[in-house]
Write a protein that binds this ligand. Sequence first.
Ligand SMILES: [Zn+2]
Length: 319
Amino acid sequence: MDNNVTIVMYHYVRDLINSRYPEIKGLDLNYFRQQIEFFSSKYTIISMEQFIDNMENKTKLPPNSMMLTFDDGFIDHYTNVFPILSQNKISGSFYVPAEVLSCDKVLDVHKIHYILASTSTKTIMKDLFSLLNFYRGKEFEFDSNESIYSKLALIGRFDDKDTIFIKRLLQVELPEKLRGILVNELFKKYIAIDEESFSKELYISYDQIKLMKKCGMHFGIHGYRHYWLEKLHLNEAKTDIRKSLDFYSDIIDSKSWTISYPYGSRNEELVEFVKSANCKVGLTTEVRIANLSKDCMLNLPRLDTNDFPPKSNNYLNHY
Ligand SMILES: [Zn+2]
């Protein structure tokens, strides 16, 4: 047991009911408080620095070690998470795609979350199918609506199959340029706020990151543009990571850094590359408790916040 570490993954953490998009798939702030209480009674929450130090010096981890990780750079992490972690003297690890800090854009992956939070999947699918019919054969080639649907619509851990279909179609399946066009059309139709203002409200700022870092929080790489890295040519994936490291040169030590692979996406060559570039820890989206006698430090699994009380007891299935 002592060679295990439970790593928990978070995204949105907010007062959902009183937020502008209560349907967004996030953790309610009250549940976050309860979860931290639960973790504090059951686990020893360690910092990323302590974890790396233990691993490098081959010293034993405390019993029931746990680490908390927060992906995507939402303002929630500064406004809601940071004060609660600070009060409880807990260090969290935060993974912010560099692009959200360097320009006033909203990443497509987040536009898709807000589109899904704004209307029913039925309505979105109707719009998408007619957009696909419109663009098919013009500049882009892709299969019929029926065959794309049957390929992509699989039930997920926390999503129904229509939601998975919409996410997969717009995140990875279609040609990149067309994905951008469709996401923007739907974003304009359902969100109807200009992207720049929306981006300013959605993401953390560089100054906020600096303050959190000063107060003992850890920051790592989450890609420059939040790409599925295994879908890129290796050289493009390397460039994306090098650009992220350059961007964060004030915050992240290029001699000892960590990565959360966007979507958990990576391949062996990429893992070799990050290792050779002094990456010490790689976080994936594989759902398990990490066993450090077996798991490679650059491919560590994580559980989701929804796997723990008060949301569920799924975590018990992993012991
Ligand atoms: Zn992400």
